[in-house]
Design a protein around this ligand. Structure first.
Ligand SMILES: Nc1nc2c(ncn2[C@@H]2O[C@H](COP(=O)(O)OP(=O)(O)OP(=O)(O)O)[C@@H](O)[C@H]2O)c(=O)[nH]1
Ligand SMILES: [Mg+2]
Length: 1103
């Protein structure tokens, strides 16, 4: 019997693949077909039960929410091997397509070498299709395009074969356009890097030559050396830029990386299949025929030769693909379900040499018949398996290109030479006794303890019997099937019986007391080199471990732990199969990491033996490596506060939250300073799933959730007409203030940033953050730093970093070292106030020292103004304060006041963006005045009051302009048919969204509508739209940044016209004020609201 250890001994026979694609494009349905072929489910149920959607809510909603894995085995005929066949193990991970769960895609793609990219033939390329393709490209997965739901073209859209052909070629073109855009992006980067590299080399060469020349000159004093005469280094350096070939990134049916399928009807094919069927009939070599079966090639009926479109000469011929492929499929659909015709059906069955029981042929259940015919003729599982084996490389060769990319994310070359034993083992996927063991756990998932195979003996035996019985039956059928296929000259991979066999019974005995309801956390992992063994001791390297330092370095010590491997399993969807060891190249589940690993980790050991005790301490450390943390492609943005319905359940909730945050990489949980427990999720659907999990699995208590808390931003603009005259002084935004007893006086001026400047800063915010981090390290505030580094559990730390949650990741537009010069350029272009050398006077950014606000030191009477840019060069202390010089005594407090004011703006205490504050003057009262005032406040009092005074001045300065709220926005693409389009618009408008574009999808009656929608209005949007359009449209919301709501929240109608327009009661309320007040209310701030005291209708006197 095949056990994991045996079958996987040869890593050449392993393939690790994930299904990816937009939501509802049929990933899970496709997996059903594969599971049926492995007799895990019955083939009748395939496509209907969506077996891998094992959660109740997944089944109910028909949406996958968690990725799940299965190990499948297929026997493929192989004339070269002694037994005449080879058994391949295909580890498949099914991922969700909904954007809320896209972190599941990134965790899965880390573990795989290939990807089945599903695209619904009718919906075409959708937002998530692009996202997942990019993910696959980044992780260097070999993709196979699966164009699914072909049946819809026949039964729903009722296209003719030739129309369908054009539709298909357009679709493939679209997908290729996406691939091409990635490639172009990479090339640009590559090109840029190549240029830099070349410049560097040239410079080095010039330098060397100059040195030589100088040396010569020194030897012969009479010779004159002058910089210009240095020979041109240019000519020597090989400056050929090697154009990268982009051929291999595209999908093309003739290359065998495109599958045409209908997962629900259980069929799929690559053109090779049809080439094989017809080549001999036409007397053309199969390989030649395959090259022309897709594309504009035709069969000349007279000469019986294949011609291209130039030779067509106006004749009306059909492309080969239409003639030999599509028409056959269309005919079968027509005869079987569209216009049932038993005679035609039996003709088809005999022509194709299929074995269909007469009972089924006669049955009224035409769908069943359709599936029977097609699954024998164009078996989906056979096609997918064969494509996977052909296209996806085995781990041993895949790792050669994938691991270097993981270790050096900037790498553009396919691979580089290994530099040590560790790398050598990894590149080669070495599973030998002495190979270093390196595995990567990409996520943790929770399994009820009673579901573990070692704990469900009895259940499994019954199950096992069923499986075995079924397997017997299915095997007979499969044999028949293989016979047919072989008759057709097809190399059919036949499924191998599943071994749900129980291994490692000895370990099973050391069973702990099982608490029926408990969950255990398992790691979802892939082993890249060596063999991992149950019972061995391994080292867990946590994501914050820095590969540049040795493991003994104080920075790294907190980020490694050791643990004993308690159990290893291969996965069968929700079932696990226990194994003793797992060799390199496989995907598996591991038990024993609970409490050690939060979410992801690298597992290392020096050999199969595991860690021997003395090695833990020191000695050989070469095997230790961090394969990196999981990238977070989306930021969680929906935030709710939770509390248990029964207050006494609080500890259970806290424990549950901890488990949840471990089991789900995309959820953040922490306790706010107010004591509230808060979770941050990617979206509404994700939130629902988290709450369900908390209630039913992790906390098992009733939980109340607050209304979702949505982030806002505050800003100010120059109002068009309506701005009142400046409030505080003659100049707009200028506010004077002073500390207690007027000992320190200052004036500070707020001004809206020009758009270009703000955009530049926001684009490059990551650079600011980096500068900030570097500065922190230099200034030696290491105590704080260490504290932050220590744990992922540091709630305060996390809260801080998520207070500015809802950032979208923007790619910097400049390199860090060009930041200041580029900033200067932008300022110059902005002109006016900004073109007066402010860059050198930028003191700091805010909030959090890296945000969309500026503090500018505009004091005239100071010698060295505070400057972020130059302090960076000089390494002046944090914050850029040139201490020691007169006039700078209180700078630190001014800065803090600024940070406070920008972190909590005047409208509703949300962060401020796009405002600059100029510190115009700051005067400290002289000693004499101080003594005159009598009672001396101490320094702390002065500085404290100064801080608040600056904060208030900044806030008032902003309000002196026309304040604005900025709303977090979702972008969404909605696909809708023409008849429901109006309703879609209605729903979007009602929720204050706006349509950005609308496009008709060619060849269909579908429109793709792109809209922007405020996050605050988005709750229930998806449901609403689904209801209004009776399920025809289902949008996905993706956070797209902030957008200004151009309305002053304090605005009230004043002129008569406005009053007439809006009515005194302002029926149509000021939306900005409504948002502002709702946030204020939540935060317990002052809300200016008319409260109706006597809610009686006033009578008119006349009556
Ligand atoms: N007509 C037709 N419908 C299909 C086909 N494949 C899947 N479907 C249907 O499409 C819907 C979605 O299928 P799933 O397999 O759940 O899609 P998915 O890609 O796994 O969806 P998520 O996991 O939620 O992203 C189901 O109602 C299927 O019955 C197909 O080939 N033809
Ligand atoms: Mg699914």
């Amino acid at each position: 019997m095949a056990t994991t250890s045996e079958q996987a001994a040869n890593a050449l026979l392993v393939r690790n693949v994930t299904t990816i694609g937009h939501v509802d494009h049929g990933k899970t349905t496709l997996m059903d077909a594969l599971l049926a072929a492995n007799s895990i489910i019955s083939s009748r149920m395939a496509g209907k039960i969506r077996y891998l959607d094992s959660r109740e809510d997944e089944q109910q909603r028909g949406i996958t929410m968690e990725s799940s894995a299965v190990s499948l085995r297929f026997k493929v005929p192989d004339p070269q091997s002694a037994s005449g066949s080879k058994t391949y193990v295909i580890n498949m991970i099914d991922t969700p397509g909904h954007v809320d769960f896209s972190s599941e895609v990134s965790t899965a793609s880390r573990l795989c070498d290939g990807a089945l990219v599903l695209v619904d033939v009718v919906e075409g390329v959708c937002t998530q299709t692009i996202t997942v393709l990019r993910q696959a490209r980044l992780d260097r997965l070999r993709p196979i395009l699966i164009i699914n739901k072909l049946d819809r073209l026949i039964t729903e859209l009722k296209l003719s074969p030739i129309e369908a052909y054009h539709h298909l070629s357009q679709l493939i073109e679209q997908v290729n356009a996406v691939m091409g855009s990635f490639f172009a992006g990479e090339r640009m980067e590559d090109d840029l890097r190549w240029r830099e590299e070349r410049e560097r080399r040239l410079a080095a060469k010039r330098e060397a030559l100059a040195d030589e020349a100088a040396a010569d000159a020194a030897a012969t004093p009479s010779g004159s050396v002058n910089g210009d005469t240095v020979p041109d280094a240019e000519a020597d350096v090989n400056d050929e830029y090697l154009e990268k070939d982009d051929e291999d990134i595209y999908f093309a049916p003739e290359k065998g990386n495109v599958v045409f399928a209908s997962a629900i009807d259980g069929w799929g094919f690559r053109i090779g299949k049809f080439a094989q069927l017809y080549a001999s009939k036409l007397g053309i070599k199969k390989s030649n025929f395959k090259r022309v079966l897709w594309g504009d090639f035709y069969l000349d009926t007279k000469t019986k030769r294949v011609i291209n479109h130039k030779q067509l000469k106006g004749r009306n011929l059909k492309p080969l693909f239409v003639q030999f492929v599509l028409e056959n499929i269309w005919a079968a659909y027509d005869a079987i379900i569209l216009n049932p015709n038993p005679e035609k059906v039996s003709k088809i069955v005999t022509t194709l040499n299929l074995k269909i029981p007469p009972r089924d042929l006669k049955s009224k259940d035409t769908r069943n018949l359709l599936q029977l015919v097609f699954s024998q003729w164009l078996s989906l599982s056979t096609c997918i398996t064969q494509a996977t084996i052909d296209i996806v490389p085995p781990p041993s060769s895949a790792q050669l290109t994938r691991i270097p990319k993981i270790l050096y994310p900037d790498l553009l070359e396919p691979t580089i030479a290994p530099t040590n034993k560790l790398q050598k083992d990894l590149w080669n996927c070495d599973d030998g006794e002495q190979a270093f063991v390196v595995g990567y756990v990409s996520k943790m998932f929770a399994v009820p303890v009673k579901e573990l195979p070692e704990n469900k003996k009895a259940a499994v035996t019954v199950e096992q019997m069923r499986v075995n019985l079924k397997a017997l039956r299915e095997r007979a059928a499969a044999a028949a099937l293989a016979a047919t296929a072989e008759a057709n000259g097809d190399s059919t991979p036949t499924p191998v019986e599943v071994s749900n066999d129980q291994r490692g019974d000895s370990e099973g005995k050391e069973k702990e007391d099982i608490n029926e309801d408990e969950d255990v956390l398992l790691g979802f992992a892939r082993i890249y080199s060596g063999t991992i063994r149950v019972g061995s001791k391994v080292r867990c390297v946590l994501p914050k471990y820095n590969n540049n330092f040795p493991p003994t370095h104080p920075r790294n010590i907190p980020h490694t732990t050791t643990t004993i491997v308690e159990g290893l399993y291969t996965m069968m969807g929700k079932d696990l199969v226990r194994v003793d060891n797992v060799p390199a190249g496989n995907v598996f589940a591991i038990r024993g990491l609970e409490g050690q690993v939060m979410r992801s980790a690298t597992i290392c050991a020096p050999s199969r033996q595991g860690l021997v005790d003395e090695e833990v301490e020191g000695g050989n450390n070469e095997y230790i490596l961090n394969l990196g943390g999981v990238l977070r492609p989306i930021y969680p943005i929906v935030r709710v506060a939770l509390e248990p319905r029964v207050p006494a359940d609080m500890p259970k909730l806290v424990k549950g939250l901890k488990l949840l945050s471990q089991a789900d990489p995309c959820v953040e949980t922490f306790q706010q300073q107010t004591g509230e427990h808060v979770i941050l999720t990617a979206g509404e659907l994700h939130l629902e799933r988290c709450l369900k999990d908390l209630r039913e699995r992790f906390a098992k208590v009733e939980i109340q959730a607050s209304k979702p808390i949505v982030p806002f931003r505050e800003t100010a603009v120059k109002g068009l007409l309506e701005m009142a005259p400046p409030k505080y002084s003659s100049k707009r935004g200028l506010v004077n203030g002073s500390s207690v007893q007027g000992l320190v006086k200052f004036s500070i001026r707020a001004a809206p940033l020009p758009k270009s400047l703000l955009e530049f800063i926001l684009d490059n915010i990551t650079i600011l953050k980096r500068l900030q981090r570097e500065r922190k390290n230099v200034s030696g505030s290491s105590a704080e730093d260490e504290g932050q580094d220590k744990g992922d559990d540091d709630d305060a730390d996390r809260e801080r970093s998520y207070d500015d949650s809802g950032e979208t990741f923007r790619k910097p537009t400049v390199r860090p070292d060009q930041f200041w010069t580029a900033l200067e350029d932008v300022c110059k272009k902005a002109g006016g106030d900004w073109d007066k050398g402010i860059v050198d006077r930028i003191w700091t950014f805010g909030p959090h020292k890296a945000g969309g606000c500026l503090l500018i030191d505009a004091r005239k009477n100071i010698k060295t103004p505070n400057s972020y840019a130059s302090s960076e060069a000089l390494n002046i202390n944090e914050g850029g304060v040139a201490e020691g010089e007169p006039g700078h005594d209180f700078d630190h407090h001014v800065e803090t006041g600024f940070q406070l004011a920008t972190f909590q703006g005047p409208l509703c205490s949300e962060p401020v963006e796009g405002v600059a504050y100029f510190l115009e003057s700051l005067e400290v009262a002289s000693e004499e005045t101080r003594s005159e005032t009598g009672a001396q406040p101490n320094h702390a009092q002065v500085s404290g009051s100064l801080m608040t005074a600056v904060r208030d001045a900044c806030r008032n300065g902003l309000l002196d302009w026309s304040p604005r709220l900025m709303l977090a926005m979702y972008s969404c693409d909605i696909q809708a048919a023409t008849d429901v389009l109006g309703k879609v618009y209605g729903v979007v408008a009602k929720r204050r969204g706006r349509i950005v574009s609308e496009e008709m999808k060619e060849g269909t009656s579908f429109f793709t509508v792109s809209a922007l929608l405020p996050v605050a209005e988005s709750f229930g949007f998806a449901d609403d739209i689904r209801k209004r359009t009776s399920g025809a449209a289902s949008p996905q919301l993706i956070f797209s940044g902030y957008e200004m709501l151009d309305l002053d929240p304090f605005w009230v109608p004043t002129t008569e016209e406005e009053l007439e327009d809006l009515g005194e009661k302002a029926d149509r309320e000021n939306v900005a004020k409504v948002y502002m007040d709702s946030v204020r209310e939540r935060k317990g701030l002052f809300v200016d609201r008319k409260i109706v005291e006597f809610a009686e209708k006033q009578r008119t006197l006349k009556r």
